[in-house]
Design a protein around this ligand. Structure first.
Ligand SMILES: *Cc1c(COP(=O)(O)O)cnc(C)c1O
Ligand SMILES: [Zn+2]
Length: 501
């Protein structure tokens, strides 16, 4: 819709002007730094940073109801810069002018009500939010759109040039980074570091296809991360891991969308996300907090973070009920089908601790929960979800397995409505499905294929093996008729079909 056709009182708000006064703040020593340069850790103490807005209180002057209208009306605009995560411009990157925003179709992913049979089996009312329907098929595009829009802004204002962007990845960060960086060629080139044989073939093909320089490194993600950290300390590169606080800002859009999708009614909602490097759960909590503080939502939804028992450092940290006794210990990961979350030393752990603390405080009760699930349940629930019309990756299965656990533990009741994060598209992880179906899954995963979930193709061959159509060698009409009769009879028998009389 054209701007003139919107209600007068909303028109002035619809197209945001650059505003805000953003700065980095260290989670270790609280030092603040201007955002004119790319910083990833505190130059003083080495801790991770978050980005805040000194003028956030200005946003509170606009009533929550008006904000709701602004976002709802913005849905109808046809301005590319405002079609993705920057629909929430004032909350994501208020300093970034619209002409620097990179939009590749990210965000506003479908919220799909789980099919009835699956809800009954899981024991709760829930929706999947399909973040696999982002451009590179994972939620990472939210943070990448933010980080790359900021870098483009630096380039546009000549504060930076000839950027080499790098990241370490369990597969999806590199796919996303390479996609967004390739859109900005020739100003940005990208290089990605992957743990050798620890990403799926689909995930490996993505940065290759985008033209990134791809380095495979022996070890697991945590090893790659250390190398990327060393590179970013010693060389002039732009780090695109979620250590980069701009990524967190962009990923907050997930929460803004959930709020908007449910008419900003959050009192009965539970948000379930898998945890790997813990950037996403940090962003999800932070996003709801911002909307809450601005009066856009009036309750903070329950948050549940899920980890596999093969990679569960965050869960273990919170096992200790006494806050003062909690100590973070990295874990050595074991193979996990939730491979994108297979991280033993999450970079965003300090963010989780700080933000979850504040989240509980602002909620006036414990409102953030951490749950551990088995590899078996991750795999079985992801297959089951997909058998019921969903497109959940293994991490989406992990979220659902977490929901089931939360119901068993009484954290989710029949009054609650859960929003379960399917963080990537199922096809990225179909190799695990293949191994499960073919019963070749390595014993280290500790998964036993459940026969009722296995599905294999059946090759249908005619009685007469001499008369088979082949590429460039069609059968004669008569032979094909015999072939078609034979094959269709065999399929009908398999399907227990009775011929029309
Ligand atoms: C990155 C990723 C995760 C983990 O998110 P973090 O922000 O690292 O905690 C989960 N699922 C998928 C599909 C991912 O790509
Ligand atoms: Zn510091």
């Amino acid at each position: 819709m054209k701007i003139d056709n919107f209600p007068k009182e909303i028109q002035t708000f619809l197209i945001p002007q650059p505003q805000g006064d953003l700065f980095y703040q260290c989670l270790g020593c609280s030092a603040t730094y201007p955002i004119k340069e790319l910083l990833y850790v505190c130059p003083k103490c080495g801790q991770v940073l978050l980005i805040h807005n000194r003028n956030f209180d200005e946003l509170k002057k606009i009533p929550g109801k008006t904000w709701q209208q602004i976002f709802d009306y913005r849905r109808m605009l046809n301005i590319p810069a405002l079609k993705g995560i920057y629909r929430y411009h004032e909350f994501i990157g208020p300093n970034i002018p619209l002409n620097s925003i990179v939009y590749l179709g990210e965000g506003h992913t479908p919220i799909v009500e789980a099919n009835r049979q699956l809800q009954a089996k899981a024991g709760a009312k829930f929706y999947y939010k399909n973040d696999g329907q982002n451009p590179s098929a994972s939620f990472k595009d939210r943070g990448m759109a933010s980080a790359l829009s900021y870098i483009k802004y630096l380039i546009d204002t000549r504060l930076a040039s000839n950027i080499i962007a790098i990241c370490a990845s369990t597969g999806d960060t590199s796919a996303s980074a390479a996609l967004y960086a390739s859109y900005l060629t020739p100003d940005i080139k990208s290089a990605v570091l992957l743990p050798y044989k620890k990403v799926t073939p689909q995930q490996l093909s993505q940065p290759l296809g985008s033209g990134a320089k791809v380095f495979e490194i022996p070890g697991v993600f945590d090893d790659c991360m250390k190398i990327v950290e060393k590179l970013s300390e010693e060389y002039p590169v732009a780090l695109l891991n979620s250590k980069n606080a701009w990524r967190i800002l962009g990923q907050e859009s997930y929460s803004y969308e959930v709020a908007q999708d449910f008419e900003y009614e959050m009192h009965d909602k539970v948000i379930i996300v898998p945890i790997g490097n813990a950037g996403n759960i940090s962003a999800v909590m932070s996003g709801f907090l911002k909307f809450y503080e601005a009066g856009i939502i009036d309750t903070l939804p329950k948050i549940i973070g899920v980890q596999s028992e093969h990679a569960d450092p965050v869960f273990r940290y919170y096992l200790e009920p006494d806050v003062d006794k909690r100590v973070f210990k990295p874990v050595t990961v074991k193979p996990s089908v939730a491979q994108a979350a297979m991280i033993g030393n999450p970079v965003s752990m300090p963010r989780v601790i700080a933000i979850a603390n504040r989240y509980n405080e602002m909620s006036g009760r414990k409102n953030v929960f951490f749950i551990q699930v088995t590899e078996q349940s991750i795999m079985d629930w992801s297959l089951d979800a997909n058998r019921n019309g969903h497109i959940a990756c293994t991490q989406g299965g992990e979220s659902l397995a977490g929901l089931v656990q939360a119901v068993e533990q009484g954290i989710i009741t029949d009054q609650d409505i859960a929003i379960v994060d399917a963080t990537a598209h199922a096809i990225k992880f179909s190799g695990f499905q293949d191994q499960y179906f073919q019963k070749t899954i390595d014993k280290d995963y500790e998964i036993k294929p459940n026969q009722s979930l296995i599905n294999m193709p059946s090759l249908v061959m005619p009685e007469n093996r001499e008369k088979i159509p082949a590429q460039g060698k069609p059968l004669s009409d008569d032979d094909f008729k015999i072939f078609a009769d034979d094959i269709s009879r065999k399929i009908a028998t398999e399907l227990n079909l009775v011929k029309n009389s």
